[in-house]
Design a protein around this ligand. Structure first.
Ligand SMILES: *Cc1c(COP(=O)(O)O)cnc(C)c1O
Length: 395
């Protein structure tokens, strides 16, 4: 079947503004609180604490800087091993390396596409002295938090939660970002809500929050002059950015509802194809449905070849592969994306350790999975057409 390209590009996930954002940005301007102090910042601190149910929320320049601060709070030192989610965005683990730590990548489980508790247990059997675990919730789907926490408790390690993709998702009634001793969220442009940029460190520990406030404003001591006893960072969020976040926050639940509807329309529309949607634990968790993803059955994969930076595929009747679907979507002006390439497959981390139980689950999901266009402004007609395009790949 021949499709006509979409006139307007269909995005994977793009910012969705509502109007209030501009008002709060203007408030910063009109009151001249154009720097890293002001009412927008105060408000989002309070609103995030209420939403997540934590004591402290420190606004920062990005989710990455929040993770960096979390790694510093966890006292990761040169040469320390840190157990990290493997199938995630690089920002989850880069901060470990900023501090001279050694990430050890923990393979993925199939039920939620997050860190495998079994592989984590195996990693602790190898290295019982590891003190820090960094857990991401991929695509807005909560990980098996209780199982992971139990392994951490057994070995006396602390949990850092990377909730950058999962704001608003919950596990056993509690928001993600409230399980880690230190947690990070992100307001990057593609996330469920955005500040155009920005992030936050979340914790229940007031003293830890104060340390981050100090570190992130260049570690200025209380003194008549610029006095420093610690290394500082310029990581604070601007009050203008906080205005965008403040304007977006009331729409978080609306965005989640839209993303959920997108996920369910894909699930229903793709019925009968040899594929499954990105799975989650229906009993214990409520995802934020940030991205809708597909996993193609093994038997239904056509031949696909990937080098470090290129991909190719060979069409076969009744079969398809991520490269075929993504290529065809791109030709028609729609943006999908491969599954985040696991960290243990990244050239920059090829010398790091990777712990799996049996087969390499991350590599398998990367080979057979893809993210579908998941923009919450996508119309039903547009999504129906995307479903037809995906279906046609299996003709
Ligand atoms: C986006 C993202 C980050 C980084 O957040 P930024 O605000 O872009 O720095 C970290 N971890 C994960 C899993 C992400 O998706």
């Amino acid at each position: 079947m021949a499709f006509t390209p979409f006139k307007k590009k269909v995005w994977l996930s793009s910012p969705t503004m509502h109007g209030d954002e501009l008002n709060y940005m203007k408030l910063a301007y009109d009151t001249n609180w154009m720097s890293t102090l002001g009412e927008n910042l105060n408000q989002i601190e309070q609103l995030l604490c209420e939403k997540i149910g934590c004591n402290c929320a420190v606004p920062l320049a990005s989710g990455t800087s929040a993770l960096h601060m979390a790694v510093k709070l966890a006292d990761v030192r040169r040469g320390d091993r840190v157990f990290c989610t493997d199938m995630t965005f690089g920002a989850t683990v880069n901060p470990v390396v900023y501090e001279g730590g050694e990430p050890v990548f923990i393979d993925t489980e199939r039920d939620t596409w997050n860190m495998s508790p079994e592989a984590l247990e195996k990693a602790f059997e190898l290295y019982p002295d590891v003190k820090v675990v960094i857990l991401a919730h991929l695509y807005g789907t909560p990980a098996k938090i209780d199982e992971i926490q139990a392994v951490c408790d057994k070995y006396g390690a602390i949990l850092i939660e990377d909730a950058a993709e999962s704001l608003g998702a919950s596990y056993k009634g509690k928001q993600t970002g409230n399980f880690g001793k230190y947690s990070a969220i992100s307001f990057n442009g593609n996330k469920i809500i955005t500040g155009s940029a920005g992030g936050m460190l979340l914790t229940n520990d007031f003293e830890a929050a104060d340390r981050v406030r100090k570190w992130s404003t260049q570690s200025r001591d209380v003194a008549p002059w610029y006095q420093h006893t610690e290394i500082g960072y310029n990581y604070r969020m601007s009050n203008v950015i906080a205005g965008v976040v403040r304007g977006q926050l009331p729409y978080l639940e609306e965005h989640i509802a839209q993303k959920k509807a997108i996920y369910e329309r894909y699930r229903d529309g793709l019925k009968g194809l040899p594929v499954q949607m990105n799975p989650f634990d229906k009993e214990n968790s409520v995802p934020n449905y940030w991205l809708s993803c597909l996993l193609i059955d093994k038997e239904a994969m056509c031949r696909q070849a990937r080098t470090e930076c290129e991909a190719d595929f060979w069409e076969e009747p009744g079969k398809s592969c991520p490269t075929e679907i993504l290529t065809k979507l791109a030709r028609l002006n729609a943006e999908g994306r491969p599954i985040w390439k696991p960290m243990h497959m990244q050239p920059i981390y090829s010398d790091k350790e990777f712990v799996s139980v049996g087969e390499d689950v991350g590599a398998d999901i990367f080979a057979r999975g893809l993210c579908l266009p998941s923009d919450n402004k996508m119309t039903i007609d547009t999504q129906d057409k995307i479903i037809e395009i995906v279906r046609s790949c299996f003709d």
